[in-house]
Design a binder for this molecule. Sequence first.
Ligand SMILES: [Zn+2]
Length: 431
Amino acid sequence: MIGINFLSNNPIIAAVVAAGLYFITYLSFVWMLRFWRNWNPPTRSSILLNAALAFAMITYISISPQGLSLLALALATGFIMCLFGILAAPAIAFEPGAPRPVIEFFAKHAEYAGLWMIPPAILAGVMLPDAKLLGMLAAAITVELIWFLRSRGFGKKSYPLDALDLLVLQTQAKGNVEGFAKQHAIKELEISADGDVNWIGCNKNSLPCPLNHYIHRLGLNTPPCCREHIADLGRFVTGCLRDMGATHWIDGGTLLGAVRENGALLAWEDDIDISVLLDDATTWKILCATLSQRGLEEGYYVDIFEKSGFLTISYDRPQLWPFRWERNRMRGEIRLDLVPYRHATNAGKPVLERQLLKGAMPVMQSGWHGAPEEIVLPTSTINFLGSHVQSPNQPEAFLEILYGDFRTIELTYVDKDAAETRANIDQESIT
Ligand SMILES: [Zn+2]
């Protein structure tokens, strides 16, 4: 009893406990953002866990030996709801679909939007200068300050925009690049007095450029920094697979770029697709363990999606547990999807099949998606970004299975209006 009274009555200890409860709740919330980021609704258990932690924290703040403080309850609940709403916006904005202005607005300012909660925090602290409430508010604002400082990055370099990038930008901006940059908070654009346009590039010390927003919503080309990092990421993963002796090939949009754009990335590419064939030597377990280890050693973040059976490898550095969950606050991601295939038989014919749907790949008897084995194996090589990489044996036949008439340009995932605005430029650039 004396111990409990001491915990409640000693203001410093009460503030530290409240700050600790905030930190646990915050980490659990940013962990949950991974679902939205990958276009899935959060699971019921993750919602319940978050609700229970938030409830415990708010209860601790609002209840004292004197009883329940309604003011503390209202201030703590209101503050957490606003702040966590701001934190969730970038992850929710990943989902394709009609633009949602409020979410887009907070996502657009995600690097510092948490700091907008400083005035409400001060106001709440003045209204109720209670140690527990102050402990929680101080913890929340400290986390937001650290996030802001970490997001800024250092050593950024400036990239000139090439003629095509510039043409697409000017077209989407309807000639007013400066106004467009301001309207959409494109802080990477640097416009000199004589009209030169440069791009201040992302790097491993900064957050990645928000590709989702710039490419899908605004219809811009992939920024030059991200193109460079995408190529680097591709080299890292193909190097790992080669060292493992794994059969692999470029897939999806990456293969489409190699075939249709003569070895280049699609101008609006937002990721890289590589597939790997699992067999006795390259099992799922060995693949996950090897990539995770190499990612840690060489500074790439590896995420394993056990249930859907694929991995993603991202350009950003892996952070220490549990801080790695904060990456779910990032507005952009430079990532590679590594999808395993397996040998199977379909209607008596050998096929290679994958669990995850890609393009229009047909459903096999097993319920997975597949292609005839002879279209893929033995793998061939194709020029991609200046080097020879593994490709399906018949790349054009493979692309037809995925996309039908793959020579016709389709800007999948790009918002309709933005896609229409740039359609002529894309058609001309490959003809
Ligand atoms: Zn970038």
